[in-house]
Design a protein around this ligand. Structure first.
Ligand SMILES: O=C(O)CCC(=O)C(=O)O
Length: 288
């Protein structure tokens, strides 16, 4: 679904917005099925949590970094409606998709409660600045229903948190608790929020509950002080499948050399074709 202007206005004014029905039913179902290529189905997990002890080692043990084993998950990070929303919010098509994570949480695995914090602390070397060029837009695509019992993200609206200094990064547990809004919503929802907004992960309070989400974060290309991961770092085999599936626009989000970039020569075209079987390099081929 195209993200309505009203949601982007809400992000500008309130710091966050939740849009239900962002994913079509078929996209959601396909992405949910692909989750089991990475994580245990809830019924398997809860039948024998001890077999998945690695998921109990930290709050972040259920985080898988991009890319994934299926286009049904990968395409969510470069979803045209998500990219369109980021372009409109950041007021430029010059985007850098700087983080993608897939996060599974299972009740009882670990305490998922966090103190209030702002994400710039792990997404930027400096502090937030309000103009669009300096903003970072973080997003959660809900792949399971998030009720009050499923550890919803809890957010302090901008007006209620703006007087809190950027440093220190973490607030004592319980501070501003009465201002927190629990971002509950059905599977397929999109949560958007800014990296200068106080928020926190909360514990899963229901029994045998699980929460799955895909997180994709955008900033303006060239803001070199921001970021969270280096794309070439891991999974060359997954990139080999993913890159040919992308459009030129989608590759551009990762900083892939653009058509017309002097990087493209006969030699590099040949090498990139060998690295990414099936890729259409016609758009990158210099004329003549
Ligand atoms: O998982 C969540 O709901 C929020 C997590 C979070 O804020 C964080 O890890 O920085």
């Amino acid at each position: 679904m195209r993200v309505p202007d009203a949601n982007l206005t809400e992000v500008r004014q309130r710091g966050f917005s939740l849009l239900e029905g962002f994913l079509h039913d078929d996209e959601l179902r396909a992405a949910q099925e692909a989750l089991w290529l990475h994580f245990p189905r809830p019924e398997r997990y809860f039948a024998d949590p001890d077999s998945y002890a690695h998921l109990a080692t930290s709050q972040f043990a259920g985080v898988e970094e991009f890319p994934y084993r299926s286009w049904d998950l990968n395409h969510l990070a470069v979803h045209p409606d998500l990219v369109d929303a980021a372009e409109r919010y950041l007021e430029t098509p010059q985007l850098h998709l700087y983080k993608v994570e897939l996060w599974a949480k299972y009740s009882g695995a670990v305490d998922y409660d966090q103190p209030l914090h702002r994400d710039y602390g792990s997404h930027s070397l400096v502090v937030p600045r309000g103009e669009p060029r300096y903003q970072q837009l973080t997003t959660f695509v809900y792949l399971s229903d998030v009720t009050a019992e499923d550890g919803p993200t809890r957010i302090v609206p901008y007006e209620d948190g703006k007087a809190v200094p950027f440093t220190p990064l973490y607030l004592p547990f319980g501070e501003l608790a009465e201002r927190e809004v629990a971002c509950t919503g059905p599977a397929g929802s999109l949560l958007l929020y800014r990296t200068d907004i106080l928020h926190r992960g909360s514990d899963m309070t229901g029994t045998q509950r699980s929460r799955f989400s895909l997180l994709a974060d955008f900033q303006v290309r060239g803001t070199t002080w921001g970021g969270k991961m280096s794309w070439p770092k891991q999974h060359p085999d997954r990139w080999a499948r993913f890159i040919p599936q992308c459009s030129v626009r989608q590759r551009d989000l990762f900083g892939f050399p653009r058509p017309g970039d002097p990087y493209w020569t006969d030699e590099t075209l040949e090498g990139v074709a060998a690295r990414y079987p099936g890729i259409d390099l016609e758009p990158y081929t210099p004329p003549g």
